[in-house]
Design a protein around this ligand. Structure first.
Ligand code: GLC
Length: 519
């Protein structure tokens, strides 16, 4: 069996609103993405994952979809999407799009019909229940964004379920017509040529409020048997097409056993984002445990998907900055992400080491406090390009990060010490190294408690990767770690001089990561 392309890929998440604004309205768009595909290709990424660009009232910035088979005019149109696909493919960059099967927008014509009457043919495409006595909702489930997961609809005197905002009613996948209609939206994009889907809240799809007989109630924050059946159907649709189309799920369960159940049977998701890993403290033992546990629970041919940033979580440089060392840790984290066996997913701007933006109270727009990590990409120095930093000629929809002057792509390009240069170096190494590729075996090493160290090997190539997650410098005896002498290939510390002589002991500064080629 040949290795599918996505096992060797680096996937770059584009949040279109904040990537590049081609028409000057302050909001990024698909024409902007097209304009910046060269950046993605030069970085060495193999695929982009585009967050939603569908028509939407934007209550949840596009994760409330009002039409699954079109482009919101704010972002462009289908012709621009097709151009994006063609130009990306010409550059060797695949395109994965976001698919939101758990809920639609309340403005989707399906929901407009469903709420119009209890007898409407689309009524059961959503989850309606009678309330409990006293005007109380059907159960006590809470929505992810806070408040009850049920909203009363006076016109038909029933409650509808929404795991997120009230404007995001849950679809009922047990309805066969809804299921067919949703699967048809996958084929719509597959026919256009997309390479796969990122499946939004994959673990909540199939979420039903009615517990089995004998069970009084069940908690909402669990995954659902019905969801697995839905994902098997999704997989079936992907397999109608050639080219190894891929499904990666946002499976936001913090129990790795349940997480693994989505990828081990071989007939559901190809990959699932691991949020235990994403939420790990900056602690070598904690990371080692997560990686070891997932590897044990999801052995080959299951395939890991690692990510440390996305549009829902504070950026690394901010999240790990409790003692001012966030930027160094973000650089070391690049080595972690790109050095592990599995497919790395990175978020736009991670290659720049962007911190969160400071969003003053008056500028807050997200329902769930996620504006800071969604700040627009600074392409140019503000001193050269003006306050829009090359992202827009208008007024950006969210503030640009502080210090865009030094963090901008234009400021980092050509600077060998920059984060951008480090990411390019690491991705290039990954591409040319058999040990770091899909066939590379991985062994976690026991050594210093504060050092996360692992070995990758293939075709006679042996690489030792180590990250010092402590605030003290450490010395790692390479032989004791199971290696022997080697040569330093990359360090994440910009002050380190990478010499070419063999070493037996690897000295690591606080929060430094390094790769040693064992000789
Ligand atoms: C996922 C998305 C998030 C969105 C939510 C509801 O968690 O990543 O941005 O708000 O689903 O669709």
């Amino acid at each position: 069996m040949t290795t599918p392309w996505w096992q060797g890929a680096v996937v770059y998440q584009v949040y279109p609103r904040s990537f590049d604004d081609a028409d000057g309205d302050g909001v990024g768009d698909l024409a902007g993405v097209v304009r910046r595909l060269g950046h993605v290709a030069r970085l060495g990424a193999d695929a982009v994952w585009l967050s939603p660009f569908y028509p939407s009232p934007m209550v949840d910035f596009g994760y409330d979809v009002a039409d699954y088979t079109d482009v919101d005019p704010l972002f462009g149109d289908l012709a621009t999407f097709d151009r994006l696909l063609t130009e990306a493919h010409a550059l060797g960059v695949r395109v994965i799009i976001d698919w939101v099967p758990n809920h639609s927008s309340d403005r989707h014509p399906w929901f407009t019909a469903a709420r119009s009457s209890r007898d409407d043919p689309r009524r059961d495409w959503y989850v309606w229940r009678d309330g409990r006595p006293g005007g109380r909702p059907p159960n006590d489930w809470e929505s992810t964004f806070g408040g009850p997961a049920w909203t009363y609809d006076p016109l038909t005197a029933q409650w509808y379920l929404h795991g997120f905002a009230p404007e995001q009613p849950n679809l009922d996948w047990s309805n066969p017509e809804l299921a067919e209609a949703m699967l048809a939206t996958l084929r719509f994009w597959l026919d256009r040529g997309v390479d796969g889907f990122r499946i939004d809240v994959a673990h909540e799809v199939g979420n039903v409020p009615d517990p089995p007989p004998g069970v009084a109630s069940w908690p909402r924050e669990q995954d659902w048997p019905g969801g697995h059946a839905v994902l098997r159907r999704v997989r079936g649709v992907l397999e109608e097409y050639d080219g190894d189309r891929v499904a990666v799920g946002e499976v936001y369960v913090l129990d790795q056993r349940r997480l693994a159940s989505y990828v081990t049977t071989g007939d559901e998701l190809h990959m699932a984002h691991n949020f235990v890993f994403l939420r790990c403290a900056w602690d070598a033992t904690a990371f080692r445990d997560v990686i070891a546990e997932f590897t044990r629970l999801a052995p080959a041919p299951a395939w890991p998907a690692w990510c440390l940033e996305n549009h829902d979580h504070p950026r690394l440089a901010t999240r790990y900055d409790d003692d001012g060392r966030g930027p160094a840790r973000a650089r070391a984290a690049a080595l972690l992400l790109l050095g592990l066996r599995g497919t790395p997913f990175m978020f736009q701007g991670q290659e720049l080491g962007l911190p969160d933006a400071v969003v003053p109270p008056g500028a807050v727009v997200d329902v769930d406090g996620r504006d800071p990590e969604r700040a627009p990409i600074p392409w140019e120095r503000p001193s050269v390009a003006g306050p829009g930093a090359g992202f827009t000629t208008g007024v950006p929809w969210l503030p640009i990060v502080d210090d865009a002057e030094h963090l901008a792509v234009a400021a980092q390009r050509g600077d060998e010490r920059s984060d951008l240069a480090l990411w390019r170096r690491l991705i290039a190494l990954r591409r040319e190294s058999p040990a770091l590729g899909p066939a590379g075996a991985q062994t976690l090493l026991e050594g210093e408690d504060d050092v996360l160290a692992w070995l990758r090997e293939a075709d006679g190539e042996r690489l030792l990767l180590a990250i010092n997650m402590s605030a003290e410098a450490v010395r790692c005896d390479l032989t004791a770690l199971g290696g022997g002498p080697g040569r330093l290939v990359v360090s994440t510390d910009p002050d380190r001089v990478v010499a070419t002589d063999d070493i037996d002991v690897l000295g690591l500064a606080p929060d430094e990561g390094a790769i040693v080629r064992l000789t």
